[in-house]
Structure formats: structure tokens, C-alpha cells
Design a protein around this ligand. Structure first.
Ligand code: 1HE
Length: 256
């Protein structure tokens, strides 16, 4: 496996780190395949994953030095290789929390959009320079980014080279959390530890059922929701958690 990615396990939480800071964690083919291999071979004790990038920037996107003259077929296969790798992140073994800081651009934004939660610090900025480089997104961004910020905003970013800062990025929906500089990793770990305590079927439903339901026509979505709800609530873990609440042993919902 490539040296540009590292795995650290802390109890039920895995920390996956892109370790190519000299190239701003640019995603070479080797690194994309490394991400795929890492998510495919994650130990089955892992219940939540934190994805970080070493250095000042989360990820500068596609490694442009590898952008050779490809014919149409080569370009198609290259993009599909990214799709397959990022699918292992989205539909992998556990929810993924991205630690955003500095540049989250191009394929780096496509990778971030694949994660389930994004925590950004104040240094974060978002861009899709593909537009000005004469190329198009190829790592699933055309599908996933409009789901976060809407098609019109994505088109604007690519037409005009618009860059969103951290505050505006949170406002439009890139990140669910915005924290002071340097604090995104700690916040992501806190969220990961909490998510790791959920009933596994709840996390499964959120990762695998929810995104599919939101793509289904309402009539089919309601049925899929009902099937998933029935499966989740019949698990012994759900029964014992509900009993804990009814018997006063579980936390109430509290105003923040
Ligand atoms: C790179 C890359 C890269 C940096 N591929 N080598 N992505 C982009 O168009 C973004 C291009 N990168 C940048 O705009 C800037 O590098 C950053 C804003 C991310 C960071 O700036 P800075 O001043 O901290 O770093 P730097 O001096 O620009 O870069 C440091 C080194 O990283 C330098 O190499 P060096 O050998 O001269 O030290 C850069 O060449 C190298 N580097 N970014 C290759 N992306 C599935 S399709 C997805 C399509 C896309 O992602 S297109 C968008 C690509």
C-alpha cells in the first residue's frame, strides 16, 4: 500500500490520515487505490472513522501531475476507478467524519462530500477549480455536491471559480459543524466516539437506507423507510435501549 495514507485505531474509532502534505494531499492514483484498500480491509471492530489530512490543507484534489493525455476510454475508466474507491468510503464499514481545514478543493471536495459528517475549522475553503482547468468533476461530485449545496451553487462554483470560505461553506451546507482553527480533529473524534455507541443497525440505516430513500419516489421511499424501521426496532439492542429509557436509566433529550 502507498505511504501516503495511514491508519490508527483508538478503541472503536479508526483514524485514516492522508499523509502527503508536501503535495497538499493531492490524490494520485496510488492514493485513491490506497483509500479503497484501507476502507475494504478495515478491522471489523471499527464503529466510526475519522478522515483527516496532514498539514495545512485537507486535500488539493486530483494529482494534476498525473493528468496525462488519456483517450475517452481511459478517462472513463479513471473516473470509474474514483467512483469505486469513494463508494467504499460512503458505503463502507462505518460512518466517516471528515476533518476539514485549508483547501478542500476539486477531488478533495468530492472526497469530503462522500463522508457522512464534515467538521470544518475556520481555515477551510471550498472550490471546484476543474472549471478553470478545462476539465469536469469525475469523482462523484456531480452527484454528491448538489445534494449538499444545490445544483445552482455547484454550477456557479465551476462557471466562475467562486471560492467559499469556512463560514459561508457551513451556511450553504458543505459542513455540518464549524469550529475554531485547529479544533476540527478533536470535534470529529468527539462525534465519532458518540456515533460508535449507536446501535449498529441505526448507523447501517443512516448509511445505507437513508441516501437510497431520498432518491426514491415518495411512495417507494415510505415503504423502504417502513421496512428499515421494522428491522431496526426488532433488534434486541433497540428493545433494551427503549426499556432503559422507560425505566429511567437512559438520558433524556436536553436543550443544548
Ligand atoms: C499539487 C496539487 C495538485 C498542490 N496536484 N500537485 N486541484 C487544483 O487545481 C488545486 C491546485 N492546488 C492549489 O491551488 C494550491 O496548491 C493549494 C491552494 C491547494 C495550496 O496552496 P499552497 O500555496 O499551500 O501550496 P503550493 O505551493 O501551491 O503547492 C505545494 C506543492 O504541492 C507544489 O509542488 P512542489 O513540488 O512545487 O512543491 C504543488 O505543485 C503541489 N500541488 N496541489 C499536484 N492538485 C476526479 S476528478 C477531480 C478533478 C480535480 O480535482 S481538479 C482540481 C485539482
Amino acid at each position: 500500500m502507498t505511504q501516503d495514507i495511514q491508519l490508527e485505531i483508538r478503541d472503536a474509532v479508526a483514524i485514516v490520515r492522508l499523509t502527503r502534505p508536501a503535495k497538499r494531499n493531492a490524490l494520485s492514483d496510488g492514493l485513491i487505490l490506497g483509500i479503497r484498500a484501507m476502507f475494504e480491509t478495515m478491522p471489523d471492530t471499527v464503529r466510526a472513522i475519522v478522515l483527516d489530512g496532514e498539514g495545512e490543507h485537507f486535500c488539493a484534489g486530483l494529482d494534476l501531475s498525473e493528468l496525462k493525455e488519456r483517450d475517452a476510454g481511459g478517462g472513463l475508466h479513471h473516473s470509474r476507478m474514483w467512483h469505486a474507491a469513494l463508494e467504499t468510503v460512503q458505503f463502507g464499514p462505518a460512518p466517516v467524519i471528515a476533518v476539514l481545514h485549508g483547501a478542500v478543493v476539486g477531488g478533495g471536495l468530492e472526497l469530503a462530500a462522500t463522508c457522512h459528517i464534515r467538521v470544518a475549522d475556520e481555515t477551510t475553503f471550498y472550490a471546484l477549480p476543474e472549471g478553470s482547468r478545462g476539465i469536469f468533476v469525475g469523482g462523484g461530485g456531480a452527484v454528491r455536491i448538489p445534494r449538499l449545496i444545490g445544483e445552482a451553487r455547484m454550477a456557479d462554483m465551476m462557471f466562475t471559480g467562486r471560492v467559499y470560505n469556512a463560514a459561508d461553506g457551513e451556511r450553504v451546507g458543505f459542513a455540518q459543524y464549524l469550529v475554531p482553527r485547529g479544533q476540527a480533529f478533536d470535534k470529529a473524534m468527539e462525534l465519532a466516539q458518540r456515533i460508535a455507541q449507536n446501535a449498529p443497525l441505526t448507523n447501517y440505516a443512516l448509511m445505507h437506507a437513508l441516501p437510497r430513500i431520498s432518491e426514491q419516489p415518495a411512495d417507494q421511499g415510505f415503504l423502504t423507510e417502513a421496512l428499515m424501521a421494522a428491522i431496526a426496532q426488532s433488534a434486541p439492542e433497540a428493545k433494551s435501549r427503549v426499556r432503559d429509557f422507560l425505566e429511567g436509566r437512559a438520558a433524556k433529550v436536553k436543550k443544548d
